[in-house]
Write a protein that binds this ligand. Structure first.
Ligand code: NAD
Length: 330
């Protein structure tokens, strides 16, 4: 007998990771419904059906979940890079919008005829700030989450929503999978406008600068991070969904680098020599990197490529965007 085609709903399918995930699910033979406030910015969606709609609205969530799907991937969130999250100006939006989406999705899934297995995208921003003060030795093991003290409302909302989905799992029997993403980057991600993250911002600044010129970097640039290519992230999501392990589990890279050194790596890729000017700006914790012991143990997963390799492809894509935007403006 032929196996029934699996159905998936991707919330946030117009966003960076969501649009890559839709492509992956399609390549695996899924029937995919996407929903987002906007369509993907840089290429047409691969979803079979796409709703431009607001997941804060309960009626919308009822409509997109319908009688139920096999799997829901909940990636929709009000988010951005340090310039969006750490200034404090968007705290009400971040808390209210993202929590409302998660409350709606969890409860509507519970009430659907067929309750889906659900993936929730949490973030390393939920880890306590007090464990991330040493740039050379941050602590981000899953068990170090409590006592909680995230350094942003974005992190608090992620922690709340993790707990929300886990409560639905305990009390209702909903099948839940949770990954804590650590700085995902890659082609077709936001690269300008205020919501872009460090890798895209650095690539844009370096692509825009003339050789021998300078670029500005927020903070002293000694803060450390690790970055994971979006293809690796999507692979991790799929492995987690196929496994019996619920998480929460880190999904990131352990290749930690300071922001100044990362800028130098990108300069090398670009073939440019630029001076770094460190200026005051929102930076977040001093050090953060993934701790992959648990994901390795449970899923046998770790990143397959170096930061430099992933960054090379991303720089190429952002450099093309910068130059075509400049050509269009002329
Ligand atoms: P993104 O901003 O590109 O995607 C999120 C999408 O959600 C956007 O397209 C946005 O329009 C959509 N959205 C927001 N509010 C909505 C609403 N009310 N109704 C419908 N859609 C709405 O971000 P991303 O980088 O693709 O991140 C995906 C998820 O992963 C998010 O939950 C984010 O918090 C999480 N995450 C990302 C990273 C990262 O480095 N990119 C790190 C940690 C966690």
């Amino acid at each position: 007998m032929q196996e029934k085609r699996k159905t998936a709903l991707v919330c946030g399918a117009g966003g960076f990771i969501g649009s890559h995930l839709v492509k992956r699910l399609k390549s695996e033979g899924y029937w995919v419904r996407g929903v987002d406030l906007k369509r993907p910015e840089f290429s047409p969606t691969h979803a079979d059906e796409f709703f431009v709609a607001d997941l804060r609205d309960q009626a919308t969530v009822k409509l997109v979940i319908g009688e139920g799907v096999d799997e829901i991937y909940q990636l929709a969130a009000d988010m951005g890079g340090a310039g969006y999250i750490f200034t404090g100006e968007h705290d009400v939006d971040v808390l209210q919008n993202s929590a409302t989406i998660n409350l709606n999705v969890a409860e509507t899934n519970r009430r659907a005829k067929q309750m889906a297995k659900i993936f929730y995208s949490s973030s390393a921003c939920m880890y306590p700030a007090y464990n991330q003060e040493d740039p050379g030795n941050p602590k981000c093991s899953e068990a170090s989450a409590y006592p909680a003290e995230p350094d942003s409302e974005y992190g608090w909302e992620k922690l709340f929503s993790e707990r929300l989905y886990l409560a639905y799992q305990r009390n209702i029997g909903m099948q839940v999978r949770i990954a804590r993403f650590h700085n995902i980057f890659g082609p077709e991600g936001t690269w300008q406008g205020g919501r872009e993250k460090a890798p895209a911002a650095l690539c844009r600044k370096i692509a825009s600068a003339k050789d021998g010129g300078k670029i500005e970097i927020w903070g002293d640039g000694l803060q450390t991070r690790s970055f994971l290519h979006v293809d690796e992230c999507v692979e991790g999501i799929r492995r987690l969904m196929k496994s019996d392990f619920s998480g929460p589990v880190n999904l990131g890279s352990e290749e930690m680098i300071s922001i100044n050194d990362y800028a130098k790596m990108i300069m090398k890729i670009a073939g440019k020599k630029l001076d770094i000017v460190n200026i005051p700006g929102p930076v977040g914790v001093r050090g953060r990197t993934s701790d992959n012991r648990l994901i390795q143990e449970k899923l046998g997963w770790s990143p397959s490529e170096s930061l430099e390799k992933g960054t090379r492809a991303t720089y190429g894509w952002i450099s093309d965007q910068v130059h075509s935007a400049a050509a269009n403006a002329r």
